[in-house]
Design a protein around this ligand. Structure first.
Ligand code: ZN
Length: 470
């Protein structure tokens, strides 16, 4: 039977709506990524069966062995970038870099830091190691927290590796590993790279969760072992507590927005299910994942993580080097987030030797609020902007969305050319999407500017709430 699986039946996981119309309507809005195809699912499944063991072993090595691995990866990555990527050739050349000159982490850490703004000044063909493959490469174009659209290019191998790291993290949150027939339930505007691996490890994705979504009923229908969600949905999920527990969900995993340990502990206790947080981004993939002791551990086979310019409290900028993206290397990439590293080098009580972050303070909670002070997830607002303005629109230079009152929003844009469709149409689509998120009609005004006005204390914020509810 397995041999006759077609591309359509492979995506059948999204059809498992259990005759619930509201679920069906939401599920239909999920966007299937280009990578979610038969061949790549096959590659990922094969890779998972061969590599899941060694990938677990990797995390049981000594910290010294992990560092040794990272340094050798970094040497190759930097040399290849210098040889094959025009941007790095000039950038490193200007500071006197020569091939083979990294022999320690301190050598590496003298290389200049790269930012999104800097990379955005160069056209994509200058930022990759092979301009010929650009049109076939996977792209992630993100609004990001800085409000300046940025495109990341990756190859299929990187997509598969990122997915395997995600599966390994899922297993670390469970008492026993995911079985091939288990379901993963994702309540998130962006789903996983694969809806299943050829019908195994199936995922169901709800791009949004609304007040009247029959989540409990659907969980009882699918009986997933894991629930992946935005932290802002936790209060709504709590309303389905009884069904959630009956359905057998063993752990809840949060990502994309910052949430406090306090909040997660609260919901974990209220639901009687552990909640684990993940720190990840479109640009890098998984960066760090929480263990059962609440510590964030860097995913050291995927990323080399530094905290630089730390203040007295230990908070500094998160600098990431993606160890697997050879196509468009991101080396010493400033993520625009703030985090605090564990000051000593003691092994975590969970046994992990990996770099430990105690707190991630980035992507401050910029959430808009409704009349009755309910949170509207910033990630969902950014997703609406991504879908309607950023992804199709190559001419949008920067934007900011401001909440003026309970039902008034203002969009400020800086365009570098003509928008892809009339502004009236863009605003109408956006108003509809935002009204759904708020649960009532909002009005959206628009201001086109030459440059975004600087904000005194929140330079990086593209979502700003001026309306004070407290
Ligand atoms: Zn730990």
């Amino acid at each position: 039977m397995e041999n006759i699986l077609t591309s359509e039946t492979i995506y059948a996981s999204q059809m498992q709506c259990g005759n619930l119309t509201q679920i069906k309507n939401l599920a239909r809005q999920a966007i299937r990524p280009r990578t979610d195809n038969y061949d790549l699912q096959c590659t990922a499944l094969r890779s998972w069966s061969v590599n899941s063991g060694p990938m677990n072993e990797f995390l049981r090595q000594s910290a010294a062995d992990i560092k040794k691995f990272q340094l050798s990866r970094i040497k190759n990555l930097v040399d290849n970038a210098y040889k094959n990527v025009p941007f790095y050739r000039d950038f490193y050349g200007a500071c006197g870099y020569e091939e083979g000159s990294i022999s320690s982490f301190s050598d590496f850490e003298t290389l200049p830091i790269v930012t999104k703004t800097l990379l955005n000044d160069f056209c994509p063909s200058i930022r990759v190691n092979s301009p010929d493959v650009l049109e076939f490469a996977n792209t992630f174009r993100t609004s990001g927290s800085s409000g300046k659209p940025f495109t990341v290019y990756t190859d299929d191998e990187d997509i598969v590796l990122d997915h395997l790291e995600v599966l390994r993290f899922y297993n670390s949150c469970l008492q026993y590993p995911l079985q091939e027939s288990d379901w993963i339930y994702v309540i998130h505007h962006s789903g996983l790279a694969f809806s299943s691996l050829q019908g195994k490890y199936k995922t169901f994705q709800l791009p949004d969760l609304l007040a009247d979504t029959p989540l409990g009923e659907h969980l009882l229908h699918l009986r997933p072992r894991l629930l992946i969600t935005l932290p802002s949905y936790l209060p709504l999920i709590l309303k389905h507590k009884a069904e959630l527990q009956l359905s057998g969900v063993e752990a809840i995993l949060t990502n994309s927005e910052s949430s406090t340990q306090f909040e997660r502990t609260y919901y974990s206790k209220a639901l009687g299910i552990p909640v684990f947080d993940e720190y990840s981004s479109e640009e890098i993939g998984l960066i760090a994942t929480q263990c059962s002791y609440g510590t964030y551990h860097a995913v050291e086979d995927g990323v080399y993580l530094e905290i630089v310019n730390a203040d007295k409290g230990g908070f500094g900028s998160v600098i990431c080097t993606d160890l697997n993206n050879e196509l468009m290397p991101l080396i010493r990439f400033d993520h625009g987030d703030i985090a605090r590293k564990r000051p000593d080098l003691k092994r975590c009580d969970c046994g992990s030797p990996c770099t430990a972050l105690l707190e991630i303070n980035g992507r401050r909670d910029d959430a808009f609020r409704t009349y009755d002070h309910q949170l509207v997830p910033s990630a969902s607002i950014l997703a609406a902007i991504d879908d309607i303005l950023v992804t199709p629109d190559k001419t949008l230079g920067a934007f900011r969305m401001i909440q003026k009152s309970a039902d008034e929003l203002e969009l400020v844009t800086h365009y570098k050319g003509q928008p892809h469709m009339p502004m009236v149409e863009i605003l109408a689509q956006l108003t509809t999407r935002l009204s759904v998120l708020f649960g009532y009609s909002i009005t959206l005004s628009h201001q086109a500017v030459e440059a975004l006005p600087e904000l005194k204390s929140y330079k990086r914020r593209s979502i700003v709430r001026e309306w004070r509810v407290e």
